[in-house]
Design a protein around this ligand. Structure first.
Ligand code: ATP
Length: 431
């Protein structure tokens, strides 16, 4: 089983590179450890996930607004939030080979590489530092944000005043976060630069349990209904009290069965009023509607890693069936929705008609045109990148304006009028 799974990761990494989902970063310079670039198909998949998330959790709700804050914030933000002092992992070093590891991720008290003895653990701060401005001294040190969350707290009053929202309401943000991870790895699972989709949901303290459960449910629905992940591979872990982050009173990790083991995909935390209290020290930032009394709202935080979503989706969708590899992606997430082919490349009348169909479909769907090799190969090539529909223009098309439409999962082909294509495909994608 382990072998099969290791193999699966290799196959996914290789498919990602070969087909343009994810490339090793800075590759022509020998790469940069654990940095990855999303290629033409990867960026489409990733954008589809982020757009679906924004639509579902911001646009389709009345109680949510979004922001897009700066990656580098005033250093005081991270002092107030506790990150400067506590955002760290226990680091150990092998006394023999000098490799470094995260102690809490090791199974034994020996170096996993050479079995050497390990040093005592010391806390290693994960924030990535740089200097702002032309002078490099301690005053100019700033941090790349290790989570998007803090901006939602720091901007809380500005959002409140401009959006006129009343609690319960949430602020959402999608963006990059940076952590100087001790042991990055497992492809895009753990990197030093990654993307998060986060919500800070502001409530009255007395509502925390019901709101926590509401978001627990929303997160499950997102994973199954929107991402199409297999329910059986999703698990909930109640984080034990002694392992909670410094700001949390309750946390659930949603774990996914990745090929390299059951690992955290998302998190849901009750952050209490910890952050607002630390940032708004002079006066509580929220006034009760009736009494006018000022108080600190409490916060439920659902957090979603974009890259871990991409990886879970790819692992779950990858299938080998007879002689084809197919990515059974939800149609709404697939990079291309439709591929259009002329049956034969050397028949100008077919090519011309196929280009016309392609241009029309392109107005509504991300569409690709392909006339290389034989039709069978073109189908397989699209299966491998998860394109749900292939449309072939043949000689009959020239007579009756119909095309064959081939379904990725069933491989069934049906004859359909060109004028019906748009409706047919959009209905299928939206269901
Ligand atoms: P882990 O225990 O795996 O280090 P965490 O509990 O520190 O993760 P959070 O601080 O809860 O993670 O971050 C929220 C989400 O951001 C995670 O659920 C995950 O999806 C994503 N994430 C965190 N760290 C990374 C990373 N280094 N690379 C990619 N995604 C990450």
């Amino acid at each position: 089983m382990a072998d099969k799974n290791e193999n699966l990761m290799d196959k996914i990494v290789s498919l990602c590179k070969r087909r343009g989902f994810v490339f090793p970063g800075s590759e022509i310079y020998g790469g940069l450890s654990n940095s990855w670039d999303y290629g033409p198909l990867g960026v489409e998949l990733k954008n589809n996930i982020k757009n679906a998330w924004w639509k579902r959790f911001v646009h389709q709700r009345d109680d949510m607004v979004g922001i897009d804050a700066a990656l580098i914030m005033n250093r005081k933000v991270w002092e107030a939030s506790g990150h400067v002092t506590t955002f760290s992992d226990p680091l150990v070093e092998c006394k023999k080979c000098h490799n470094r590891f995260r102690k809490d991720q090791l199974e034994k008290d020996k170096c996993p590489d050479c079995k050497g003895e390990l040093t005592e653990a010391k806390q290693f701060n994960l924030m990535l530092k740089t200097f702002l401005g032309p002078v490099e001294n301690t005053d100019s040190i700033v941090y790349f944000r290790p989570e998007t969350a803090q901006a939602m707290f720091v901007d809380f009053k500005n959002v409140l005043e401009t959006s006129r929202k009343k609690i319960p309401f949430g602020i959402a943000q999608v963006g990059k976060a940076f952590r100087n991870e001790i042991t990055p790895g497992n492809f895009i699972f753990r990197t030093r630069e990654f993307e998060q989709m986060e919500i800070e949901y502001f409530i009255k303290e007395s509502d925390w349990q019901t709101t926590f459960e509401m978001w627990q449910n929303e997160m499950k629905l997102w994973m199954t209904d929107e991402l199409g992940l297999n329910k059986e591979k999703i698990h909930e872990l109640e984080v034990p009290k002694d392992e909670l982050a410094h700001y949390s009173k309750r946390t659930i990790d949603f774990e996914f069965d990745y090929p390299f083991g059951k690992k955290e995909l998302y998190g849901l935390a009750y952050r209490t009023d910890f952050d607002l209290k630390n940032h708004f020290t002079q006066e509580a930032p929220y006034a009760d509607l009736e009494s006018g009394e000022k108080f600190y709202p409490h916060v439920i935080e659902p957090t979603f890693g974009v890259d871990r979503s991409v990886l879970a989706i790819l692992c779950d969708a990858y299938a080998e069936e007879n002689d084809r590899v197919v990515l059974k992606l939800k149609s709404s997430l697939a990079p291309y929705k439709v591929a259009v082919f002329p049956l034969l490349k050397n028949k100008p009348e077919l090519v011309e008609k196929a280009k016309e169909v392609y241009k029309n479909l392109k107005q509504d769907f991300v569409t690709i045109f392909d006339d290389r090799g034989n039709i069978g190969k073109r189908y397989y090539s699209q299966d491998e990148i998860g394109t749900p529909f292939c449309v072939t223009v043949d000689f009959q098309t020239l007579e009756d304006s119909t095309v064959t439409l081939r379904d990725r999962d069933t491989m069934k082909q049906e004859r359909i009028k060109i004028t019906d294509l748009k409706n047919y495909i959009s209905n299928k994608i939206n269901h």
